[in-house]
Ligand binder design. Structure first.
Ligand code: RDZ
Length: 289
């Protein structure tokens, strides 16, 4: 059986022979592989730059691989266990995602103009915080419960019951995703938000944005409004989303995904629409004295 530290010719695997099978990037036991690993383990080193260095290096090219220690007595590192190796051929998707993330962070920092009182648009911060309250879960939940208690028509009660269901579904899904993804809020954010729950230390997705998208789609579908008011509802949702980035609470991708999720949540609510026919118990219970 082949020793884990030697190749078929009995040569230590760290001494790389270009004629040996497999590319240096894929477990040929290259010296470069070891260097990448070292650099990735150095404090502050990150695997991305190690990969980039790998792709820039001449040793990465097939055919130009130097005979690192071949035929010499230089001691080379032992072959690395599979799980310790770094993939020197990052996929196109990996590069695209990393680039998108870098653009996201850069753009979010640039747009975070109300992140503090001393920021370039710091004087707009109170207005942004007012917008923040307009999309907060507490006023929406309390407002819906209040209207539900005052509603005297079946039709009104049905719509409000579904709005309540939508708001609760939104809280549940956003908390679930925030807890799973655990993306930290931007470094420039001041954590001075009104009434947060534990998962609100995370930023993906933006809960205010999902709520804004969900509620505005709900209103547009269930309230008869004049065109200017309909435009106002859409503008409110859009500006609320933008204000999350301007306040420094979120990155752009948190808000973009928030819009998408809120929009989809309405489709779920619409599909599971609660009515006296589909959920009679709920409506009977609500009408008990
Ligand atoms: C506790 C309740 C009912 C709602 C929490 C609302 C809240 C603070 C959400 C966080 O929103 P962002 O993710 O947009 O910062």
């Amino acid at each position: 059986m082949q020793s884990p530290r030697r190749n078929a010719e009995g040569r230590p695997l760290g001494t790389c022979d270009p004629s040996s099978s497999g590319s240096p990037a894929h477990g040929g036991g290259s010296r470069f592989e070891f260097q990448s690993l070292l650099s990735s383990r150095m404090p502050g080193a990150d695997p991305t730059s190690a990969r980039l260095r790998a792709s820039e290096s001449p040793v990465h090219r097939r055919g130009s691989f130097p005979l690192a220690g071949a035929g010499s007595s230089q001691a080379l590192p032992p072959q690395l266990p599979e799980e310790d190796r770094i993939d020197l051929n990052p996929s196109f998707l990996g590069i695209a995602l990393r680039s998108l993330l870098a653009i996201d962070l850069w753009l979010s920092k640039k747009l975070g103009v109300c992140a503090g009182e001393s920021s370039s648009w710091g004087s707009m911060r109170p207005l942004m915080k007012l917008l923040e309250i307009s999309g907060h879960g507490i006023p929406w939940l309390l407002g819906t419960l209040y209207c539900l208690s005052r509603s005297d028509s079946w039709a009104g009660r049905e719509v409000l019951m579904n709005l309540l269901f939508a708001l609760l579904l939104d809280l549940l899904l956003v908390s679930l995703i925030k807890g799973l993804v655990r993306r930290r809020r931007p470094a420039h954010n001041q954590m001075d938000m009104f009434f947060t729950i534990s998962v609100d230390k995370y930023s993906f997705p933006s809960g205010h944005t999902t709520r804004a998208a969900l509620v505005s789609r709900f209103i547009l579908n269930h309230l008869v409004l004049a065109i200017p008011l309909r435009v106002l509802v859409v503008l409110w949702a859009f500006i609320l989303g933008l204000s999350r980035v301007m306040l420094g609470r979120h990155n752009v991708t948190d808000v973009a995904f928030g819009f998408f999720l809120g929009y989809m949540q309405y489709s779920i609510v619409d599909y599971c629409w609660l009515s006296p026919r589909t959920a009679p118990v709920l409506f009977v219970l609500w009408n008990q004295p």
